[in-house]
Each structure stands twice: as C-alpha cells, then as structure tokens.
Design a protein around this ligand. Structure first.
Ligand SMILES: C[S@@+](CC[C@H](N)C(=O)[O-])C[C@H]1O[C@@H](n2cnc3c(N)ncnc32)[C@H](O)[C@@H]1O
Length: 269
C-alpha cells in the first residue's frame, strides 16, 4: 500500500489523517505529498490503522498525538488533562498585560497540563508562577511539561485554595470547569474523552467560578486582579458575582468568535 492509498483508507478528516501518518512516520506533512507513491511498511500501516480507528471511535487527536500546541509552547497531554483551547490564549494575553503592569507573582488555579502557567512563564521568565490542581495526575502532566520546556513553576496539589491558606498574590487566573452537569455539549466532540472534573462546574456550571470569586479575595493583595475564563453565556453572571463580592473595575473580554469569554475584577482591601 502507498502513502496516498493509506491516507485515503483512513475515513477520518483528511488533515487529521495527514497529521497522524506524519507522526507515525516521523516526518512533516509536506513529506507525505512528495512521497505519495512510496510504499509503506506493514508496521506503519498497523500503527496508523490503530490510531485512525481510535479517532473514529472518538479519541481526541491531541491525546492520540500526545501533544497540543498552545500559545508559544508544545504541551504533552493525556486523558487526565483538558486539551488546552485556543480561547484560553486570551487569558494568557490578559495575564501577561498584568505581569507587565507589575504583578510579579501569579497563581494559576486548575492548571491541568500547566498550559496557562507555563505560557506565562515562557513569555515572562521573570515572573514567579504557581499552579494548583486537585488532580495528582494532572499535576504529573504539568510537572513533566515544565521539565521538558525547562520552565520553573511551583506546582501545588490543592482543592482550590485549601493548601495556600494565608498566602496572597497580585494576580490569580483560572480557567475552571464551567459546564453545567446536564449540558448536551458534554456528549459532543472531544468532551466525552476529557476528564469530567476538568469540565463540569456543578449543576449550573457556575459553582467553581463562584467559589473562586468568593475565596480569591483572601488570596489577593490590595489592588490584585482575578481573571477568569467562563462559558460564552456566563459573562453577565460572572460580572454580577464579582460586583456582589465588591471587586472593582470589573470588565469582560470577548474571544476570537466575539463571545464573552473572560471576566476580571480588581480587589481593593
Ligand atoms: C477547564 S480545566 C483547565 C485546565 C488548564 N488550566 C487549561 O486551561 O487548559 C479545569 C482544571 O481545574 C481542575 N480542578 C477542578 N476542580 C478543582 C478543585 N476543586 N481544585 C483545584 N483544581 C480543580 C481540574 O482538574 C482541571 O485541571
């Protein structure tokens, strides 16, 4: 079987078939076009068929490849962590603005693969980053990413703020679970393969966001900022909760698609 025939037999999205075959062969995608008539070894065919079957059965491409590109870095990902989303790069942008405005220490709540903390550290090496997660497996993944990328982040196993009593930061950022438990999206796309604890934010979807808004006040320095990613339809609720908890300068930013995606507020003691 040739390279071209093998790709045509995959019955998955063409671009994904190219990405998977290039990964199995250890080549870039351009190579596949120049070598379409080359014959492929049986071991390659078997491995490619295994991967494309898993993809047809719903395994996300990023888990099959074992990595995901985010911001300026490549992150290893596995079934214990959320696959970092493009929208979350807006949170990194906002965090970097705050670091540039003087926030020298940053806490990333629900760090998962370490995507946000490691991106901030990669772009602003002078900042001291901490990343919290309640999943030891997620933290293993974040630690491994930090090691591979040569970036230093303080990783903490904690149920939200429980392990950081008495500590404060000028900047706390989070992309917490924010999907409602009965949301029909949970059975669509890659979501069924991702950890439930990374997705579901309680019955209404807002529970984790509200917990962070309430408790971050004890962990923000005077004038410190809390920046949150949330669902496209949760902007009004998050703004209202921040205002109710006496945060000031509350504002929302859209994502690439124009949906309300990030809301932040400043805490004045
Ligand atoms: C939506 S994922 C975000 C992962 C990563 N920050 C990103 O943006 O790709 C939410 C993360 O919050 C973590 N999490 C959920 N409940 C938590 C809790 N009670 N305390 C700490 N982390 C929690 C999950 O394990 C998951 O890694």
């Amino acid at each position: 079987m040739t390279v071209r025939e093998l790709m045509a037999s995959a019955h998955i999205h063409r671009g994904e078939a190219e990405t998977l075959l290039a990964a199995v062969l250890g080549v870039d995608r351009g190579w596949l076009f120049a070598h379409g008539d080359d014959r492929v070894a049986k071991a390659t065919i078997d491995r490619f068929n295994e991967l494309t079957l898993a993809r047809r059965e719903g395994e996300p491409l990023a888990y099959l490849l074992g990595y995901c590109d985010f911001w300026t870095i490549r992150l290893q990902v596995n079934q214990h962590v959320l696959i970092p989303r493009r929208e979350t790069e807006h949170l990194v942008e906002w965090a970097i603005e705050q670091i540039d405005a003087g926030a020298s220490t940053v806490l990333d709540m629900g760090t998962g693969s370490g995507a946000i903390a490691l991106s901030c550290k990669a772009s602003r090496p002078g900042a001291a980053l901490s990343g919290i997660d309640s999943s030891p497996h997620a933290l293993d993944c974040a630690r491994e990413n930090a090691l591979v990328l040569g970036l230093e982040v303080d990783w903490l196993l904690s149920d939200w703020f429980s392990a950081v009593s008495g500590r404060t930061w000028p900047l706390i950022i989070a992309n917490p679970p924010y999907i409602a438990a009965n949301d029909p999206h949970l059975v669509q796309g890659d979501l069924p393969a991702e950890p439930v604890t990374a997705l579901i934010g309680g019955a209404s979807g807002l529970e984790s966001l509200l917990h962070l808004i309430q408790h971050a006040r004890d962990h923000l320095t005077d004038g410190g900022w809390l920046l949150l990613e949330h669902g496209f339809d949760q902007g009004a609720a998050v703004r209202a909760a921040l205002q109710e908890h006496q945060y000031c300068s509350v504002s929302t930013r859209p994502d690439w698609s124009g949906h309300e995606r990030l809301t932040g507020g400043q805490w004045r003691r």
